[in-house]
Design a protein around this ligand. Structure first.
Ligand code: PGA
Ligand code: ZN
Length: 427
């Protein structure tokens, strides 16, 4: 039974305020924090910010107030295991389609804290509480963002994220070792080629080198993987988050890629050529977030060997996902709980995606905290993938480190998704 719900303001990894919620039951406790995006989808649930002078308008005192004074009184006395009911009550209290009254940042922090309190009360780890005991757990293949561009870095790279996926490992721990080795080798590669300025890092802990073209970034990844002693396309695959809405000119109807305007068809051919040149295993948000048909065309064209991933396209929203399924817009779906606002809605979305044959990639946001809930969600869902930044910076490593602990705790009872995650695609 929930005895108390409370919230406070804490700082996120960009130094902006965010909401942390705590839920206390008779014998358990849960704490969770809301992350925040920088390159948000148009259709995301709304973060409530104070406006005004404090924190440059980004204060969350209204969201904190809403937890303490509107949500808390309604949740006290309820069974913390009734996640669906609790999430429903919060949606009702909010009463808007995009959670703009109470704030998705308020609601998501409470929703996640409720699940953690329920797991703690039951005396089981969160991943087991969410995924059920029995059956084999899967440790997700990590997509590690080691070159940052787009809205996450002060450079000229068009694509937002250049990631490595260490699939050729037997365990999650080994995958992290490979990733860390490549990350350090990349630092050397960038220093050699661009000088010391190139190893400054972006929002997600990846380097933010002064590069001009996407191919330059992919070439650097390839060199780093090889010089670290691995074979690109074998142990290590590449993944991209284009975040194309952010380089799409809605008026001229063109995409500005590496300073050149491309039509949607030209951009599609550009992706096909990149996939032929580099061992790219997945491309997230390749087109403008309203253009389901362009996504579908790309999926028809290369979906048999590459994951086409909807992030801004779906915003963890079941209705958007359904539309994507109708169009055949992608073969994978990104999951960010704060895009929709409650754990229940996010889990329904993930299950619907899986049921329809899509891969699910559990994801962080560019603004994060030390919160590790997404590690548990990935394992609980038996998702094939997690994307949570570089193997560096505390708010990123917190998630990877929690997965290392979970793998150790499951001691041989879990499988590392690795190559299996891409089975039927690149393998
Ligand atoms: P965001 O970006 O968290 O800044 O929105 C992450 C992503 O696009 O995947
Ligand atoms: Zn994205």
């Amino acid at each position: 039974v929930i005895e108390d719900v409370r919230a406070r303001m804490i700082l996120d990894s960009r130094g902006n305020p965010t909401v942390e919620a705590e839920v206390v039951t008779r014998s358990g406790f849960g704490r969770a924090a809301a992350p925040a995006g920088a390159s948000k989808g148009l259709h995301e649930a709304i973060e409530l910010r104070d406006g005004g002078k404090e924190f440059n308008g980004k204060g969350v005192s209204r969201a904190v107030y809403n937890v303490n004074n509107i949500i808390a009184p309604r949740l006290r006395g309820l069974d913390s295991r009734k996640q669906r009911l609790i999430d429903f009550i919060m949606c009702q209290l909010d009463g808007t389609p995009n959670k703009s009254r109470l704030g998705a940042n308020a609601i998501v922090a409470v929703s996640l804290a409720v699940a953690k309190a329920a797991a703690d009360t039951a005396g089981v780890p969160l991943y087991e509480y969410l995924g059920g005991a029995g059956g084999t757990f899967i440790l997700p293949a990590p997509l590690l963002n080691i070159i940052n561009g787009g809205a996450h870095a002060g450079n000229e790279l068009t694509f937002q994220e250049f990631m490595i996926v260490p699939v050729g490992a037997d365990t999650f721990a080994e995958a992290i070792r490979i990733a860390a080795e490549v990350y350090h080798m990349l630092k050397q590669v960038l220093k050699d080629r661009y000088g010391a300025i190139a190893v400054n890092v972006g929002d997600e802990g990846g380097y933010a080198p002064p590069m001009k073209s996407n191919r330059e970034a992919l070439d650097a990844l390839r060199e780093a993987v090889s010089r670290a002693g691995y074979t690109p396309g074998n142990e290590v695959l590449f993944a991209l988050d284009a975040a194309a809405s952010h380089f799409y000119d809605t008026e001229k109807n063109v995409y500005i890629v590496d300073d050149r305007p491309l039509t949607r068809d030209e951009l599609l051919e550009y992706y096909v050529s990149l996939v032929n040149e580099y061992p790219i295993a997945s491309i997230e948000d390749p087109f403008y977030e309203e253009d389901f048909e362009a996504h579908a065309e790309l999926t028809r064209r290369i979906g048999n060997r590459v994951l086409i991933v909807g992030d801004d396209l779906y915003v963890t929203n079941l209705e958007r996902l359904k539309k994507g399924i109708e169009h055949g817009a992608s073969n994978a779906a990104l999951l960010k709980v704060n895009q929709i606002g409650t754990l229940t809605e996010a889990m329904d979305y993930a299950r619907a995606a899986m049921y329809n044959g899509m891969r699910v990639i559990v994801s962080h946001r560019s603004g994060e905290t030390e919160d590790t809930t997404i590690s548990h969600i990935a394992v609980g869902l038996r998702a094939g993938f997690i994307k949570t930044g570089a193997p560096a910076r505390g708010e990123r490593t917190a998630k990877y480190n929690e997965l290392l602990r979970i793998e150790e705790e499951l001691a041989g009872d879990a499988i590392y998704a690795g190559k299996l995650a891409y089975k039927g695609l690149v393998y």
